[in-house]
Ligand binder design. Structure first.
Ligand code: ZN
Length: 466
């Protein structure tokens, strides 16, 4: 009884205190101050997200996956705001409970708070965020092995997601990737599910890559068969043993035309008609991100053609295929933080012509995962014949150099420059004016290289990159 009375009061006091902490942090020049107010409010009011989210009547969407959260949210935000309406959203990187709380607290002076919200949520933080927020739509895209030392294993996250889905309120619509067996399985016992998938065989490969994670049947544990594989363990799967199979997607990318590393055109079939868009995002992984965003936009009532047009106008999210003009050349930042993401990046790069100019940056800080053994699960080998000189940098630059030398790149063609700023200059110096420098960083390496580009005045801080 006492708790029920105390909780709203506690919450009412917590919000202004947390806001003041955020303002102070920004005035002291401590970065964007994006996470601090959220941390403070949760310390004072652990159910803050439930309280703050209660007024969102226009629809709340949560997006989670191992790879593609940030880009999908960027595309979906463009679709959801294409009629001029406003949206509450968390900035990329602030995707734990504290980031969601901070976004819900942040208001623009003199303007009413939007009543629709979109949150990118970390896979492990998702169940608790969903429990408090009870979203209208929950978009789940893929599960790959990532940051082993943080999560233990993929199966832990998958099991937590299964329990989360069992407890969802009936009004939550699940938007699920039909092509990822573990994600598709989550819709088995739900009535309100929208499946999406990529149906163009021209972007499929023949076999499941060895870095693939879930290739066993969720029902009978026998190995799955694939009529085609689009990415890692994703594709047209079925179990020859029990007959379980990929559900028919209702939102499908029917045609995906990838234009080397510059972008792609996609055509979709949906229950509300066809749509198409040209995106400045390369790679088949981005075809999945865009298809997920389109399916979610439809779920929230946006017409497919309008959503697709808006997505076509959205650029790349920071560090994810972002193109930055620096010293007269294009630098393309392709975040590669786990085997699945790195393999996708390798495949994307093979679409460009030779020689490739690469800077690979490997860190082992908390947000990267401290175990860098994952680089041995990446198929870098197909790149070797296309690289002139490779520059490696970061805390674990020597591990990355060893990986490429072991793959067969001659030692004299690998340049190790531990300092990221100097590595950037060294890599750029060898790039002709008409060719891009591709940068493949882990998460914190991407942040530090980007911070360097901001210092040089050629990029904007990511928290200003709305
Ligand atoms: Zn089976």
């Amino acid at each position: 009884m006492q708790r029920i009375a105390l909780d709203p009061m506690r919450h009412a006091l917590a919000v202004p205190i947390a806001r003041a902490a955020g303002t102070l942090s920004r005035r002291l020049g401590r970065g964007g101050g994006t996470a601090l107010p959220g941390k403070v409010v949760l310390r004072l009011s652990p159910r803050a997200v439930e309280h703050l989210g209660a007024g969102l009547r226009g629809g709340t969407v949560c997006v989670s996956a191992t790879n593609g959260k940030t880009t999908t949210c960027r595309l979906l935000a463009a679709a959801l705001t294409c009629d001029g309406s406003a949206l509450v959203a968390n900035p990329a990187g602030a995707n734990l409970m504290s980031g969601v709380a901070a976004a819900l607290m942040a208001g623009r002076r003199g303007r009413p708070r939007p009543d629709r919200a979109l949150f990118e949520v970390d896979e492990a933080a998702l169940p608790e965020v969903v429990r408090q927020l009870r979203p209208h739509a929950l978009v789940l895209m893929n599960l790959f092995r990532d940051q082993l030392d943080r999560y233990g294993e993929l199966e832990t996250v998958a099991a937590a997601w299964r329990r989360m889905v069992d407890d969802l309120p009936p009004q939550t619509t699940l938007v699920l990737n039909a092509d990822d067996p573990a994600v598709a399985d989550l819709g088995r016992r739900r009535s309100s599910v929208v499946y999406f998938g990529v149906d163009d065989p021209t972007v499929a490969t023949r076999e499941v890559s060895h870095a693939s994670d879930s290739t066993r049947c969720l029902v009978c544990a026998q190995p799955l068969e694939y009529a085609r594989v689009t990415l890692g363990h994703m594709g047209a799967w079925r179990c020859p043993s029990c007959g379980d199979a990929r559900p028919a997607p209702t939102v499908r990318a029917t045609r995906v035309s990838i234009d080397s590393t510059r972008g792609q055109s996609i055509e979709w079939a949906t229950p509300r008609g066809t749509a198409s868009a040209t995106l400045t995002l390369p790679g088949v992984h981005n075809a999945y991100n865009a298809t997920a965003a389109l399916a979610a936009a439809l779920t929230l009532g946006v017409a497919p053609a309008a959503a697709a047009t808006a997505m076509g106008r959205a650029g790349a999210a920071f560090g994810r295929g972002e193109r930055i003009r620096v010293h007269g050349r294009d630098l393309v930042m392709l975040l590669a933080k786990n085997p699945a993401g790195a393999n996708t990046t390798v495949r994307t790069l093979l679409g460009d012509r030779d020689p490739l100019h690469l800077l690979v940056a490997l860190n082992d800080r908390t947000a990267d995962g401290q175990d860098v053994s994952w680089i041995w699960d990446v198929d870098y080998e197909p790149l070797l014949d296309h690289i002139d000189v490779l520059t490696v940098t970061g805390d674990r630059a020597h591990d990355m150099a060893l990986r490429f030398v072991y793959a067969g790149l001659p030692r004299e063609r690998v340049r190790v420059v531990e300092n990221p700023s100097r590595a950037l200059d060294a890599a750029l110096a060898g790039v002709p004016d008409d060719r891009p420098l591709y940068v493949l960083p882990t998460y914190t390496a991407m942040l530090s290289l980007r911070a360097e580009l901001v210092r040089r005045g050629v990029a904007r801080e990511f928290w200003r990159d709305a």
